[in-house]
Design a protein around this ligand. Structure first.
Ligand code: NAP
Ligand code: ZN
Length: 348
């Protein structure tokens, strides 16, 4: 199937129109017309090869909402016309212990990313959601529950599940005290989801600028992370802190904020971190952890939870040809709080 997307040809090149083919349907494949695509900071990192593993050309995009236009002969759960979604993975081995318990993101053989990842059968590089069409095996297609606004659902597929999963892993519920470092795409979903689960939520931001937004999103307060006195006054008051900062940064200011047995979970920066003082870890039995996206079943659970609770991201809709400006704005944290590309703006 011929399709059109936007690709980067080099780390220092802007995204530009790029024509390519989607594979012919395998028996277990679902083909969709993409309606909306969220813009994740990971798209920017990978388009610019920040992590050193990008192969060009790259078509980013792993927050995808679409409509089914064709299904393979063996597809059991989807029909033409269904509203569906795809997140950060499009395949995994489906047979290891992690896949069998619904943690495909932790597949022992590595999951297949929605873009810039070799297809498990042909070895061809996958291409993501900044495009008109997508073909994905049925097991990695999510159902958009009735009642979710399609135009605001896409960011749930990465920003939503990446923050929902640690909230569930660490058993967050009523009475839990949750901190969120960085109020961006992931951060604002962490706030909404933690509030939805009944937690007391504090945003930790570099300035006071987003204080009104934090409260409007449902947070109980905003703590200015550069205010040493305010940080000291908050020592030992958190059960879980979710760190969404996209760049190298120090954890030392945040670790003393955890209560005994508290956990700081990194979902943002990938790569070497600043040297860390272990004193607060040892003396408070505190932990540093990491967490990648979430499994398919948990992603469906998160979508259903959002539909039930009326939780949706705050989105700024853009045209496909505004993506380079959106990337620049995202690089300087000027987004409130997720760009979503209206794919109708890209015509074949
Ligand atoms: P984003 O929308 O750009 O938000 C990041 C936020 O971090 C900003 O709004 C800002 O919040 C804060 N920040 C930005 N630059 C900073 C700096 N230099 N120092 C301190 N704080 C800074 O990004 P996102 O889409 O939420 O993604 C965040 C990170 O998560 C990215 O690195 C992305 O690759 C990663 N990610 C990981 C996973 C996973 O599976 N673990 C999944 C998706 C994304 P304030 O202005 O409030 O300080
Ligand atoms: Zn993402």
């Amino acid at each position: 199937m011929k399709t059109l997307g936007y690709a980067a040809q080099r780390a220092d090149a802007p995204l530009a129109p790029f024509a390519f083919d989607r594979r012919a349907l395998r028996p277990n494949d679902v083909a969709m017309e993409i309606l909306y695509s969220g813009v994740c900071h990971s798209d920017l990192h990978q388009a610019r090869n920040d992590w050193g593993w990008t192969t060009y050309p790259i078509v980013p995009g792993h927050e995808i909402v679409g409509r089914v236009i064709e299904v393979g002969a063996e597809v059991a759960h989807f029909r033409v016309g269904d509203h569906v979604a795809v997140g950060c993975m499009v395949d995994s081995c489906q047979s290891c212990d992690q896949c069998l318990q619904g943690e495909e993101q932790l597949c022992r053989d590595g999951n297949t990313g929605t873009y810039n990842s070799p297809d498990r059968i042909t070895g061809e590089l996958t291409r993501g959601g900044y495009s008109k069409h997508l073909v994905v095996r049925e097991e990695f297609v999510l159902r958009v529950p009735d009642g979710l606004d399609l135009s605001r659902t896409a960011p749930l597929l990465c920003a939503g599940i990446t923050t929902y999963s640690p909230l569930r892993t660490w058993g967050i519920g009523p009475g839990s005290r949750v901190g969120v470092i960085g109020l961006g795409g992931l951060g604002h979903m962490a706030v909404k989801l933690a509030v939805g689960l009944g937690a007391d939520v504090t945003v930790m931001s570099r300035s006071i600028d987003k204080a009104a937004d934090a409260l409007a999103l449902g947070a109980d307060r905003l703590l200015v992370s550069t205010d040493e006195a305010a940080m000291a006054a908050s020592a030992s008051t958190f059960d879980l802190i979710i760190d969404t900062v996209p760049v190298r940064h120090a954890l030392d200011p945040y670790l003393p904020l955890l209560d005994v047995d508290g956990t700081l979970v990194i979902v943002g920066q990938i790569g070497p971190m600043e040297g860390t003082n272990t004193v607060p870890l040892l003396l408070g039995r505190r932990r540093i952890a990491g967490s990648p996206i979430g499994g398919i079943a948990e992603t469906q659970e998160m979508l259903d939870f959002c539909a039930k609770k009326g939780i949706l991201p705050d989105c700024e809709m853009i045209r496909m040809d505004q993506i380079n400006d959106a990337f620049e704005r995202m690089a300087r944290a000027d987004v409130r709080y997720r760009f979503v590309i209206d794919m109708a703006s890209l015509t074949l």
